[in-house]
Design a binder for this molecule. Structure first.
Ligand code: HCA
Ligand code: CU
Length: 403
């Protein structure tokens, strides 16, 4: 069964301006654990003492998920991670030509010697530690370098090799640049040496293809997929947790055990603590993700929701809704009046018609109509038969413009 590694607390904190305090981190970890994430990458303890403290706290919280730390390929950093009591350690070191020559200024052999030294050290310290080695920028590194570093790392004691698309370079169906091929080739090459580590993938979203690439990697045999809430992370971020789970739920043949009904609360929580709002049209968790608007749509979904939905919102523990505005038809008004407890209005065709006309006039202001707050006022005006719309409402609706 595919495993999910969520990195909201590590990669997500690499979003400029984002910082989660230790209690917030713990709460996010608890949400992720309830959802059924397998590994929670909780941070890099070398960044700050408070981050190390948060990782220690989460490690001791008795969660089902494995709790992990991210670490440079350095023994002193590995020690800091182990001091946090983690079950999982992710060590990264690139073996791309560019990086070796332009940044590290060492040969491949020297790089591999360092990787082996640090991994062997980590393995000696804790026998049951789950260790991942990531040849950062894997997909732009020569495959021979990746295979050489990965096989040395597995022999030194790692359990997981992660293929990192650090710059969002891969594309599904591309003959040279698909992560599908990368997963397959790496598995085959390691199998030739009788090495069978778990293969993880870490897909960045620079081209908007992170989710597509993650699914492509799954098809290629990846066993662990990295995610973050709201797709947070460096630059354009990584694979969004909710979007991945929704898709995998339907791709995987066996029954999955993810508790998707916690997603909405988790996203609201993370949005609040990052001060980053969720766009209304965001898939799965956006305010409009299950809201129907145009007349034809609302009429159809009033008979069968799935005529305009391919995801049943019930699996997220939420219900679909209707919006009112310029695009609305009579059915939306009928549904909305019932929603605010004024179902009798739905029987009065003339009144529904008047309400609809007023809704359309107000809609010209270009912001959503709040059904709970504004519809009762609209009804009242229509019942009092004070059409056309009062001047102040009309002015608010269309701004200062006069026609
Ligand atoms: C980073 C880069 C990284 C590492 C991934 C990993 C990437 O921010 O350190 O260690 O598995 O995208 O390559 O996130
Ligand atoms: Cu990354």
């Amino acid at each position: 069964m595919i495993q999910i590694l969520d990195s909201t607390l590590r990669e997500g904190e690499q979003t400029p301006g984002v910082y989660f305090t230790p209690p917030t981190k713990l709460a996010i970890a608890q949400f992720l654990d309830q959802i059924g994430v397998d590994i929670i990458e909780a941070g890099n303890p070398a960044v700050d003492r408070e981050i190390a403290l948060a990782i220690s706290k989460i490690s001791k919280a008795g969660l089902k998920a494995k709790i992990g730390a991210h670490s440079l390929c350095r023994i002193d950093h590995v020690n800091r991670a182990l001091d946090c009591g983690v079950d999982f350690l992710g060590i990264f070191f690139s073996v791309s030509q560019r990086r070796l020559h332009q940044d590290y200024n060492i040969s491949l052999e020297e790089a591999i010697a360092k990787i082996v030294e640090v991994i062997s050290y980590a393995r000696e310290q804790k026998q049951d530690l789950l260790i991942r080695y990531t040849p950062e920028d894997t997909v732009r590194s020569p495959i021979e370098n990746v295979v050489a570093a990965a096989s040395a790392a597995v022999r030194a004691g790692v359990n997981i090799i992660s293929i990192a698309d650090t710059t969002g370079y891969t594309m599904p169906f591309h003959p040279q640049r698909s992560i599908y091929n990368c997963v397959k080739t790496l598995k085959e090459e390691l199998a030739k040496e009788n090495l069978h580590p778990q293969i993880a993938v870490h897909c960045h979203n620079d081209r908007g293809l992170a989710l597509a690439n993650a699914l492509d990697a799954y098809r290629g045999g990846a066993e662990i997929i990295d995610t973050s809430v709201m797709g947070l992370g460096e630059r354009a971020g990584i694979v969004d947790l909710a979007e991945l789970l929704i898709n995998l739920t339907e791709m995987i043949e066996e029954k999955t055990n993810w508790e998707l009904n916690y997603l909405n609360d988790l996203y609201k929580f993370v949005s609040h603590h990052t001060h980053i709002s969720i766009p209304p049209h965001c898939p799965v968790v956006g305010k409009n993700a299950f809201t129907h608007y145009a007349g034809v749509h609302v009429k159809a979904v009033s008979k069968d929701e799935m005529l305009y939905q391919s995801i049943d919102p019930e699996i997220l523990g939420i219900k679909s809704s209707v919006a009112l505005g310029m695009q609305s038809g009579h059915t939306a008004v009928e549904i909305a009046v019932k929603q605010i407890g004024r179902g009798e209005i739905a029987e009065n065709r003339d009144l529904v018609d008047k309400i609809l006309q007023e809704i359309k006039a107000i809609a010209k202001r270009g912001t959503p109509i709040n059904i709970e707050k504004e519809l009762p006022e609209i009804i009242e005006r229509c019942c009092m038969n004070i059409l056309p719309i009062p001047k102040e409402i009309y002015t608010a609706a269309v701004g200062v413009k006069t026609f």
